[in-house]
Design a protein around this ligand. Structure first.
Ligand SMILES: NC(=O)C1=CN([C@@H]2O[C@H](COP(=O)(O)OP(=O)(O)OC[C@H]3O[C@@H](n4cnc5c(N)ncnc54)[C@H](O)[C@@H]3O)[C@@H](O)[C@H]2O)C=CC1
Ligand SMILES: O=C(O)[C@@H]1CCC=N1
Length: 270
């Protein structure tokens, strides 16, 4: 199902906050007809109201896609508003953390085609990565539809089992927050070494963005790229001596960070 089919049959969004807006912006840029988009959200933003989409108005009977983008904690209150789409020809596509496919099957009825996904916020600049997994009823065409919608906000990868989504959430769903914190930490360290705050922040942001772009585009592995920066007995080696300490360095810290986020994703299943 392409954007033309979705434009014809309609797409309903349950919740359109940060993640929903990033997706909607990508779809509209790719030519989705705003008149085909129907948003349900008790607190629509000014940006959303200016997009020419229908907000909190009448819904189509059987939209091509129902996109679920509310917080997991709001799910119980939100789902009854769209329960009528169950059993029909509507593909249910969720970006919500924690809520398992089984919850949508229970809400919409067995046989409902469901694709669960986990995006991340670089979606807002078209640089997201989203992992997707379908239920037993979802067809290859449904996964293609989900991939085509989600590729409007970045890369899409397919999972083999739903279980993997908890670790994906711990790595790439929550991951941007770890990197933003790393930018703050790098800038604060630069300030502590005497740099003006604005300069330290500019250096930190450009370094993380540049290293990320290089890691993505270069043929070498991140390990080799790191080695390329590291002159024998130079400054990088001195810094990495601290960061790569087996007991107190980044590796055990990142291991514990991702484990905590993954554990929380499992807990959110309820
Ligand atoms: N922000 C992130 O980094 C990521 C978020 N997600 C998932 O995306 C989903 C949405 O997250 P955000 O966009 O960040 O949250 P958000 O709080 O920005 O957006 C949620 C939206 O749902 C609306 N809402 C509240 N109650 C509702 C109801 N009963 N019916 C319809 N809409 C309702 C709110 O007004 C709000 O606009 C969550 O399930 C989250 O787990 C997934 C990956 C990354
Ligand atoms: O923090 C959260 O629960 C959501 C899921 C991944 C990113 N934000």
């Amino acid at each position: 199902m392409g954007f033309e089919d979705i434009s014809r049959r309609g797409l309903v969004m349950l919740g359109c906050g940060k993640m929903g807006s990033a997706m909607l912006e990508g779809w509209l840029k790719r030519g989705l007809d705003p008149a085909a988009v129907h948003v349900i959200d008790p607190h629509p933003s000014d940006w959303l109201r200016a997009q020419g989409v229908s907000v909190n108005a009448a819904l189509p009977d059987a939209p091509a896609v129902l996109m679920i983008a509310v917080k997991p904690q709001m799910m119980q209150a939100a789902l009854p508003q769209v329960a009528g789409f169950g059993g029909g020809g509507t593909l249910v596509l969720s970006v919500a953390a924690g809520t398992p496919i089984a919850a949508y099957e229970a809400a919409f009825g067995a046989g409902t085609r469901v694709v669960r996904s986990m995006p991340n916020t670089p979606a807002a600049v078209g640089k997201g990565i989203t992992a997707i997994i379908g239920n037993g009823a979802a067809t290859a065409a449904d996964l293609d539809t989900a991939e085509s919608l989600l590729s409007a906000i970045g890369q899409v990868v397919r999972l083999e089992t739903e279980d993997q989504i908890d670790a994906v959430t711990g790595v790439s769903g929550s991951g941007p927050a770890y990197i933003f914190y790393m930018i703050d930490a790098l800038a604060a360290a630069g300030e502590a070494e005497g740099l003006p705050p604005a300069l330290a922040m500019q250096l930190a942001k450009a370094t993380v963005a540049g290293a990320g772009a290089l890691a993505e585009q270069a043929g070498e592995t991140p390990e080799q790229l790191r080695i390329n920066v590291t002159s024998p007995n130079g400054t990088t080696q001195a810094g990495l001596g601290v960061l790569m300490d087996a007991g107190t360095g980044l590796m055990p810290l990142m291991r514990a960070t991702v484990a905590a986020a993954t554990r929380r994703s499992r807990e959110l299943r309820g």
